[in-house]
Write a protein that binds this ligand. Structure first.
Ligand code: SAM
Length: 247
């Protein structure tokens, strides 16, 4: 069997593509792209003339069957999405799972991902975090998901579309109140910006100028503060005993 390569592409700055990504995209028999027209600009820029075909949410089942057969016939495939790492809030899961089931080799190249890029520069704790992708659009489902953050003791990372960024930060304000949040905008692009503070600080920024709500956003919410008075007496006594036995 030939190999399926998962190839991340830039999230803004074209120079962020890796030398290995260019090499793989040149060498494979096929590039499966989320949107072939969108990706043709990137491929042209790097003089990559490999044949492309589309693989998106609406044809993934059909394409998977066809591409799995090609891989079995010895033709290698690179999977790319419009930007960043394929499968991370992007298509490809059905395809990769099928390849794994069929024993087809799958290898992923490390590369750009908006969530990881934003988190690493956010100043929020990075030791434990949850990536939530996009929040649901419907109010009740969105509120339920945000309510889970009330007790969550690690950083939460979301993607958000420009048309919903203001509403989402207002929802965070309503559901979580004064939690510290960081919004990262236009990462690796000319107008890259990090805004941090309470949700109402971020709302002030977003409402200050129409341009502030344009672009691409990653929203990060700090962990809930553990309130010592809420720790049960039993847990507290256990903690005290444990501390007494520490060297
Ligand atoms: N697969 C991509 C990745 O690895 O980051 C994410 C694809 S998802 C469909 C697109 C979302 O990612 C955008 O709506 C935005 O929330 C986030 N995003 C992508 N590029 C970004 C950038 N340059 N700056 C900030 N957020 C970005």
């Amino acid at each position: 069997f030939a190999t399926l390569y998962i190839v991340p592409t830039p999230i803004g700055n074209l120079d962020d593509i890796s030398a290995r990504a260019i090499e793989v995209l040149k060498q494979v028999n096929w590039i499966a792209a989320e949107d072939t027209r969108h990706s043709s600009r990137l491929l042209q820029h790097f003089s990559i003339s490999t044949r492309t075909l589309s693989l998106h949410d609406h044809n993934e089942d059909k394409r998977t069957a066809m591409l799995v057969q090609r891989l079995k016939d010895g033709e290698s495939v690179a999977l790319i999405s419009d930007a960043g790492t394929p499968l991370i809030s992007d298509p490809g899961f059905v395809f990769v799972r099928r390849c794994r089931e069929e024993g087809i080799p799958v290898t992923a190249l490390p590369g750009p991902c908006a969530a990881i890029t934003a988190l690493s520069a956010s100043g929020l704790p990075t030791d434990r975090f949850i990536f939530e992708g996009f929040l649901p659009v419907k109010t009740q489902a969105k509120d339920n998901q945000l309510a889970e953050l009330k007790e969550r003791t690690c950083t939460s990372v979301f993607y958000e579309a420009p048309r919903r960024i203001l509403a989402t930060v207002k929802d965070i304000d309503r559901v979580l109140g004064d939690r510290h949040i960081v919004v990262a905008k236009e990462l690796s692009k000319t107008f890259e910006t990090y805004v941090s503070g309470t949700p109402s600080d971020v709302i002030d920024y977003l409402e200050a100028e129409a341009a502030h709500q344009k672009g691409e956003f990653v929203v990060m919410v700090s962990p809930a503060q553990v309130n010592l008075s809420e720790i049960s007496a039993e847990a507290m006594s256990l903690l005290t005993t444990l501390c007494d036995h520490m060297p």
